[in-house]
Structures are given as C-alpha cells and as structure tokens.
Design a protein around this ligand. Structure first.
Ligand SMILES: Cc1cc2nc3c(=O)[nH]c(=O)nc-3n(C[C@H](O)[C@H](O)[C@H](O)COP(=O)(O)OP(=O)(O)OC[C@H]3O[C@@H](n4cnc5c(N)ncnc54)[C@H](O)[C@@H]3O)c2cc1C
Length: 270
C-alpha cells in the first residue's frame, strides 16, 4: 500500500502498489476470507486453541494461526522524509531502481544492504552517492571492495541526511550533515534510498515464539514456527529476499501447511 509502481509482480509489467493490494484483497474476499480492520496487540500461544486480542479488546480463538506481519524499514526521522515517502524516498532499491534511469540517487547506509543497493542502482545510473554515518563501510569485505572499485560511486563518510527537499511532487535534493564538525552540504538528487535496516513486526509473539537475534521469526520446513499449529510467512521471517512475490509464495506455503495441520487435527479428534 505504501509504494507507487511495482514492476516485478508476475503477470503485470507495472502496477501501482495500492491497486495490486486491492486486487489481492478482492480475490481473497471472493474466496471467502473475512477481514477485520484491527491490530493484534497480544497473543497467547501457550495453550490450544490459541487466543489473540485486538486493540478494540476483541478476543479471538483459533486452532491454527499464520503470522504474516511483515517488517518496517528503519527511518531517518528527518524533515521531508514522510512527505516524500514513495515520491523519491524508498527503502527498496531492487523494487524501484528501474525508475531512476540516468537519474541522481543517494543511498544511506554502509552495510551489506547499502552495497547491494549500489549494485541494483548501478545497472541504471552512474550518479550514485553513498552517505554513511561511520568513517568506514561495514559491509562484507569482498562486497565493500567491489563498491570501492566502482569509478562512478561517490562515498560521503561520517555524514547523515538531515533534511529531504522536494517540489511537492518529488524529491529534488537533500541536506547532508557532517557528524564530525556539524557542517552542512546541499546535494541535488532525484532519489533517496534508505538502507539503514528493517525491523520485523514480531513484537506480538516475541515471548512465545523463537526469534533470531534480529527479531525475525525462526521457521523450519519453510513456515513452521517453534509452536505446533503456528505458522509464519513473508518478511517477518525473511531478512534475505523481501519481495512481494517471495512473501506471497511463502504465504501460500503457510496456508497449505495450516490446512494440512487442521486436517490432521480433525482426524485425531475423531
Ligand atoms: C517502499 C517499498 C517499496 C516496495 N516495492 C516493492 C516492489 O516494487 N516489488 C516487490 O516485490 N516488493 C516491494 N517491496 C517489498 C514488499 O512490499 C514486501 O516484501 C512485502 O510487502 C512483504 O509482504 P508481507 O505480507 O510479508 O508483509 P507486509 O506487506 O508488510 O504486510 C504485513 C501486514 O501486517 C499488518 N500488521 C503488522 N502488525 C500487525 C498487527 N499487530 N496486527 C494486525 N496486522 C498487523 C501490517 O499492517 C501489514 O498490512 C517494497 C517495500 C517497500 C517498503
């Protein structure tokens, strides 16, 4: 819902994010799915049936549960970021790189994701600036060297973006603040890519399911969590692929696994 053009959804050369989501929701409604516009605030997975509570104090019980709460990109929280989100500010270079053919882009971050963003964007443009808060890159050494060898990539160390500017429709530039002496520089750019990390939305199960050290839900056999009958799918389990099609694929696997689990349950209860 929070993006503009999606160019890598199979069967559609290009589709707007909200249109894609409405299509999927309508398809699910057609198949009999019920949607509750509520936020889950608490779960009890210690006994069956499982119980979940929503922010409107609704209590639901269920024999099987699929968690697909996604992840959220970490933000800069600087002026202009919210205003130009999806209008030049993005957290997904693989998704949006093709929109920046021969345009100026900045990538914020210095880890593996930032370096992968460089590789994704370099297929489309030579005007790439990496802005990193530390005085050296923190990505894997081979990846770092590959980026340092790029003749067209500029790197600004010990710096962060303190403001994003635009013309009301799209990003046009940024203010960069040097962390050592607090001096500021203006840079014109068409795109700002945040590669400062993602936070999986696993808070509602953090004390009940096994998570990895970054907070992603641990799964075995693709979708099985540490509690029998609870399945997880999509970005909340996946620090690696993080695409609409990969999360949809794992959602399909979770649905099939939950269905199989429920049929086994009904057989054992007969
Ligand atoms: C700016 C941007 C652009 C992108 N562009 C593309 C693209 O072009 N192509 C592509 O393939 N991928 C793209 N992606 C990545 C893609 O959006 C994700 O990989 C995909 O949406 C993950 O699907 P998901 O179902 O796992 O999670 P999400 O799509 O994040 O869905 C999780 C849902 O769970 C809800 N939720 C979370 N917590 C709770 C709770 N406690 N109670 C109830 N509901 C909850 C959320 O509100 C959300 O609706 C983009 C991502 C971003 C951020």
């Amino acid at each position: 819902m929070g993006t503009t053009f999606v160019n890598n959804w199979p069967g559609k050369t290009s589709i707007m994010g909200p249109e894609l989501m409405m299509n999927i929701q309508n398809h699910a409604l057609h198949a009999g799915c019920e949607f509750l516009p509520e936020t889950v605030v608490r779960t009890d997975l210690s006994k069956k049936p499982f119980t979940i509570w929503t922010h409107r104090d609704k209590e639901l019980t269920t024999d099987a549960l699929i968690i697909a709460t996604g992840s959220l990109p970490k933000k800069l929280n600087c002026p202009g970021e919210a205003e130009y989100w999806g209008k030049g500010v993005s957290s997904c270079a693989v998704c949006d790189a093709a929109l920046y053919q021969d345009k100026k882009v900045v990538i914020i971050g210095g880890g593996d994701s930032a370096m992968e963003y460089v590789l994704a964007l370099a297929k489309y443009t030579d005007h790439i600036t990496v802005i990193h808060i530390l005085d050296k890159l923190t990505a894997a050494p081979t990846l770092t060297q590959k980026i340092l060898d790029f003749p067209t990539v500029k790197i600004m160390y010990s710096s962060t973006v303190s403001e994003i500017h635009g013309d009301n429709n799209h990003v046009t530039g940024i203010t960069v603040t040097n962390q050592k002496d607090q001096t500021t520089t203006s840079l014109s750019t068409d795109g700002v890519f945040l590669a400062i990390g993602l936070r999986p939305n696993s808070g509602i199960v953090q004390d009940q399911l096994e998570l990895d050290n970054l907070g992603y839900i641990k799964v075995t056999h693709n979708t099985h969590t540490s509690v029998d009958g609870v399945f997880a799918a999509g970005d909340v389990t996946d620090p690696r692929y993080r695409q609409a099609i990969s999360s949809s694929g794992s959602g399909c696997m979770a649905a099939l696994d939950a269905e199989r689990y429920l049929s086994t349950l009904s057989l054992t209860q007969k």
